[in-house]
Design a protein around this ligand. Structure first.
Ligand code: C2O
Ligand code: CU
Ligand code: CU
Length: 501
């Protein structure tokens, strides 16, 4: 489907509703192919240039017949081999790597029989590169992204963002990683190369012929859960490792499943980074909660084990009493060789330029977003569902402002957590409060939360009110915020916000 048609359709749709809150000029601006009008960065030569296609393919995931998947196939046009790597043995990926400050161009070509568009999750990019669903392109069409990497070193990722089909496209295999490095991180000498391992954890449900099953209807209210765990697209993920420190980069790439991950031998985990990169200093947790789209990076020293040992990363339910706990293994590490190393976990990791809540323009009167379920089992934000071009008064932001946002999960109809995600920036989690009825369960889950550092997605538990601090810098335009349970997002638990000077 081409843009003109999309624009016209959306135009009629929007005008047809009459009561929407945007002006005609703003609407027309938003409908222009923004990469031509807004992104001046595009005029100079990029440092890195990639071609990425979304394609139908097949993968050997289970014994027996191959599984039909959709995946991203990438190639480097400008750059070297390190800038684009596969995730070892996986149809997921690829991993794009860039340094902070580099200018990146991506030619995206959609070759799946559905509209799609790539969103760079967690990255601070111009509107034209954010992958808003109004920019979705049809099969055979292409879209060019130009942006400068302004983000801190860390693990970001990319995935489809068409309206209504994100859940299906991700579950079929469309998800890749974007790893940023910078001088500050490099100076730490963290484990790198083959000691730096991305682990994309997902769940899937396979049919009799090994096909990926997906139902949107009926499960939409809760989100789609698979019955098998996969890491990097593989079931029973098994990794031989040396007895030395590693850096594990965890991404929850599932549609709806939340994890609470711990080591099978109960050893605590050292968390060194969150969604938006390194923490000030490592924090230790007995387990880590990981809601959809969140990232946590772990420093793990396998020299604490002996050659021949195995240790697993297992998922469990922290709200269940200890003696009733079922664990599901997600990944197995097998210590199979010595490899003496004198790397030690740094005491200080990075200096964070954190915001000061007292400077927020709305400190007296934070923006509030209430999460609730409406008629017809539909999740809403402030009683609204997604409309492609709609921006409410409460969603107009002034460029440069530091703001407090509060998500309230009132949970009177249905007690369910929502991982809330905001495009285009990283925020701080500055407070949480639970209604008394939910307090003890929520505390059990938050024993594994890492609210320190920078985030783009935050778990909002039932009965909880979560306070965030964020600054809208550099880019004007239409961005989004939504629940990252993809079935909730697809059914409209998503809204636009607009930044204007
Ligand atoms: Cu990772 Cu709008 O999403
Ligand atoms: Cu995002
Ligand atoms: Cu949700």
């Amino acid at each position: 489907m081409n843009h003109e048609f999309l624009s016209r359709r959306e135009f009629l749709h929007t005008v047809g509703h009459g009561a929407t809150a945007i002006s005609l000029t703003a609407f027309l601006n938003a409908c222009l192919p923004v990469q031509n009008t807004q992104n001046l960065q595009a005029s100079s030569a990029p440092d890195l240039e990639f071609r990425i296609r979304s394609i139908p393919d097949q993968a050997n995931i289970l014994d027996g017949p191959a599984t039909q998947v959709w995946r991203y196939a990438g190639e480097v046009i400008k750059g070297n081999a390190e800038n684009l790597q596969p995730i070892q043995g996986s149809y997921l990926g690829p991993i794009l790597r860039a340094r902070k400050g580099q200018q990146v161009r991506v030619h995206y070509e959609n070759q799946i029989p559905q509209e799609s568009i790539i969103h760079w999750h967690g990255m601070h990019v111009p509107e034209s590169a954010d992958g808003h669903p109004r920019l979705a392109i049809g099969e055979g069409e292409s879209y060019q992204y130009d942006f400068t990497v302004m983000d801190r070193a860390g693990l970001y990722w990319f995935h489809p963002h068409p309206h209504g089909n994100t859940g299906e496209q991700v579950i079929r295999g469309l998800a890749g990683l974007f790893i940023v490095n910078d001088d500050e991180e490099e100076a730490l000498g963290l484990p790198s190369g083959e000691l730096d391992i991305p682990l994309v954890i997902q769940d899937r449900y396979f049919g009799k012929n090994n096909e990926i099953k997906y139902y949107k209807k009926d499960v939409a209210a809760f989100g789609f859960l698979g019955d098998r765990y996969l890491v990097n697209g593989q079931t029973d993920f098994f990794l031989p490792v040396a007895a030395r420190p590693y850096r594990l980069r965890l991404l929850n790439g599932s549609n709806a499943r939340m994890y609470a991950l711990r080591l099978s031998d109960g050893r605590p985990l050292n968390v060194i980074a969150t969604d938006g990169g390194l923490l000030t200093k490592p924090v230790t947790r007995d387990f880590i909660t990981l809601s959809t789209a969140e990232r946590r990076e772990i420093w793990i020293d396998f020299s604490e084990y002996s050659v021949g040992d195995e240790v697993q990363l297992v998922d469990f339910d922290p709200t269940e009493p200890d003696n009733q706990q079922k664990v599901v293994p997600a990944a197995t590490f097998s210590i199979d060789r010595e490899d003496p190393s004198n790397l030690t976990l740094p005491v200080q990791l990075a200096s964070l330029d954190l915001h000061d809540e007292a400077q927020a323009v709305n400190r007296e009167n934070p923006r509030v977003f209430e999460l609730s379920m409406g008629m017809g089992m539909q999740w809403l934000i402030n009683n609204k569902t997604f409309e492609m071009m709609e921006v409410d008064k409460n969603e107009e932001i002034r460029l440069g402002d530091l703001e407090i946002w509060e998500f309230i999960n009132s949970a009177h109809m249905s007690a369910m957590q929502h991982p809330m995600h905001i495009h285009g920036l990283q925020f701080q989690v500055s407070g949480r409060e639970s209604a008394p009825a939910f307090r003890s369960e929520n505390e059990a889950i938050h024993a594994g939360s890492v609210d320190e550092g920078w985030h783009d997605t935050v778990q909002v538990l039932p009965g909880e009110r979560v306070r965030l601090l964020m600054k809208f810098e550099d880019f004007e335009g239409l961005y989004m915020y939504h629940c990252h349970i993809l079935e909730h997002e697809d059914m409209g638990m998503m809204r636009n916000y607009r930044v204007s000077a």
